[in-house]
Write a protein that binds this ligand. Structure first.
Ligand code: IMP
Ligand code: MG
Length: 183
């Protein structure tokens, strides 16, 4: 769906589909250069990173395998607690592998810091992070994300994989929700 299909649910478009794809192209060029000849595994975090992984890996100039993790964070509403449970684990043994964790957004950073610690304990050769979006003002723990598409304000956003109560993941752009949607 496009912004015009959102009616009054959308407050404003932050990133158009064209801007998102251009950002992912730029990230893919950096990633491709850094991992040339290194056999990198892209690990997406379900479900938000589905669109990011699929467009990021298609922007790569050589073959890259993907794997997925699904986690649930305990805690309520739109704020994460950092306490995490694995719902679906990787199919791949990542011992001595170069892992690139692909995320939709780094908000507080709590979920990702748990994931990174978990993956590093499995003996990966390296673990780096690529995220489409980052909210610098929201970060509670320092995440050293090597590849960042866009820094955005500390507002709740939907689209391009990001949801509000499982809605709007299929919106092509990324935008902020109108305030009346929360009440
Ligand atoms: P964190 O642990 O606070 O960094 O949040 C991690 C997860 O919360 C992200 O991977 C998203 O799934 C979700 N999230 C954080 N901010 C937003 C947002 O603005 N819109 C939709 N989901 C979000
Ligand atoms: Mg997510």
């Amino acid at each position: 769906m496009d912004a015009e299909h959102m009616g009054d649910a959308l407050e404003r478009v932050l990133l158009t589909e064209e801007e998102i794809l251009a950002g992912l192209d730029r990230m893919a060029r950096e990633i491709a250069a850094d991992y040339e000849g290194k056999d990198v595994l892209m690990v997406g975090v379900l479900k938000g990173a589905v669109m990011v992984v699929s467009d990021l890996m298609r922007a790569m100039p050589y073959s890259v395998p993907m794997d997925w993790m699904a986690i649930s964070s305990y805690g309520s509403g739109t704020r994460s607690s950092g306490v995490v449970r694995i719902l679906k684990d990787l199919d791949t043994d990542i011992t001595d592998r170069h892992v690139l964790v692909v995320e939709d957004v780094i908000d507080s950073g709590l979920t990702l810091s748990w994931i990174l610690e978990n993956l590093e304990l499995r003996g990966a050769a390296s673990v780096e992070v690529a995220t489409l979006l980052r909210k610098p003002e929201a970060q509670k723990v320092e995440i050293d994300a090597k590849y960042v598409g866009f820094d955005i304000p500390n507002d709740f956003v939907v689209g391009y994989g990001l949801d509000f109560d499982e809605r709007f993941r299929n919106l092509r752009c990324v935008g902020t929700l109108a305030p009346h949607m929360y009440s």
